[in-house]
Design a protein around this ligand. Structure first.
Ligand code: SF4
Length: 422
């Protein structure tokens, strides 16, 4: 069978896609990036915001109109929260809620009576075929917390950790196939092991001991549930000096209304520990602007705290009411105009902070995983440093792997990326 995979949303959705595509490859099926040619299309949907819902609905319609003859399977958070609605949708042949995602390949094989081809020798690679050199590795699912704005915890359920041996097997298989970097991903990665008597420190120690992959990166990690000695792990240069630590607000009273488990002082302490290990440790974050009841004073507190931390990159989300969340029922919902103004102001601050973070790298020699070429000039290579800063370079000699050292000569302030030269 020719199978096409699509995903919206988080890295966890991407990681799940990689697992399913490898399972189908091992069964002898073929992947295609061209859904027109696909016999089967599997879409991993997202529901993190109402906008994500709209995009998921639109993509289902577009897939159905573009390839009415292919079988269409929809899974993911939108399919879980709106299951009946999706099942009724024209052209959707099978809906698999998040709770059954681990059996997706079996359920699909059974539903469409798929027989596995005899010849197993497929020379495709699910990542490289999609021009990627970094693999997302799912380590856990679900979350025990109830942040008042979050629908993910509703869609993905309680915490479930994968066994360390399965995770290490995944990583070693990716490395054998030429992948140079893995990204450890989940819903609440810091909660890894809570259901199997382990924790994230133990998992990362095992990965560092039992794999040879040169680069291990953490995806988003909530700023709590981290063991005290956590940052000792970063003394190993294979663990990338970069963490995406969602702050959401720089005001403690707003954090309380969000039911976040971390106050600004605790957040600051985590950042200090990271920078004690590596002064160029890159901290990136998510921030919600315009949360219900956010006063001018609370907004000012957010601005001051963000500037104090100095983030390498910020994802800025304008608060939107999400049916099914506590925050949607909170008093003091702000006007569109105020939210728009605060978002504009925070984007300007984020750009200034990113420029300052990148400027610190100029004059340094950095290690880069080269991943692609500039669209406008194929002689220019583009990649990411260990801190996850984007960099371009005219020439960089690669010896067998996509990783090389290069010195940072300048900063492209327009595109906010580093300029390297050998
Ligand atoms: S910790 Fe993260 S996933 Fe869990 S409820 Fe809060 S925002 Fe959602």
């Amino acid at each position: 069978m020719k199978i096409n995979f699509k995903a919206l949303g988080c890295r966890l959705n991407e990681a799940e896609l990689e697992n399913w595509s490898n399972e189908f490859l091992l069964k002898g099926h073929e992947l295609t990036n061209d859904s027109d040619k696909a016999d089967l299309i599997i879409f991993n949907s997202c529901s993190v915001t109402s906008e994500a819902d709209r995009k998921s609905r639109n993509l289902i319609n577009r897939i159905q109109q573009a390839n009415p003859h292919s079988q269409l399977v929809v899974t993911g958070c939108y399919a879980t929260l709106q299951q009946q609605q999706v099942e009724k949708k024209l052209g959707v042949d099978l809906v698999i809620p998040n709770q059954k995602k681990d059996q997706l390949v079996e359920l699909v094989t059974e539903k469409f009576s798929i027989t596995d081809p005899s010849n197993q020798s497929i020379d495709q690679h699910s990542l490289f075929d999609r021009g990627r050199h970094r693999a997302f590795i799912k380590v856990q699912d679900g979350c025990r917390y109830r942040c008042t704005f979050c629908i993910v915890t509703v869609a993905r359920g309680e915490e479930q950790s994968r066994l360390q041996k399965d995770i290490i097997q995944d990583i070693n298989r990716q490395y054998e196939q030429g992948v140079q970097e893995v990204v450890i991903t989940g819903v609440h990665v810091g909660g890894y092991g809570s259901d199997i008597g382990s924790n994230l420190y133990e998992l990362l120690s095992e990965i560092l001991n039992k794999t040879d992959i040169p680069r291990i990166r953490l995806a988003s990690v909530e700023p709590w549930d981290l063991p005290d000695n956590f940052f000792d792990l970063f003394k190993d240069s294979r663990l990338m000096p970069h963490m995406h630590l969602p702050l959401q607000s720089g005001s403690d009273s707003v954090l309380r209304r969000m039911a976040r488990r971390c106050k600004t002082a605790e957040y600051e302490a985590i950042v200090e520990k990271a920078r004690d290990v590596n002064p160029l440790f890159n901290i990136t974050t998510d921030l919600i602007v315009g949360f219900p009841g956010e006063t001018d004073q609370e907004w000012q507190q957010s601005i001051e705290f963000v500037q104090k931390v100095g983030f390498g990159h910020m994802h800025i989300f304008t608060y939107s009411q999400r049916q099914g969340t506590k925050a949607a029922r909170l008093p003091g919902q702000l006007s569109k105009a105020i939210k728009k103004e605060r978002s504009r102001d925070m984007h300007l601050i984020a750009k200034k902070l990113k420029t300052e973070a990148l400027q610190q790298l100029v004059g340094n020699t950095v290690e880069v995983l080269w991943e692609s070429h500039a669209t406008h000039d194929p002689t220019i290579r583009v990649g990411y440093t260990t801190q996850y800063h984007k960099i371009k370079a005219k020439r960089c000699s690669l010896k067998g792997s996509n990783i090389s050292q290069i010195s940072v000569k300048a900063l492209d302030t327009e595109n906010l990326l580093l300029v390297g030269e050998e």
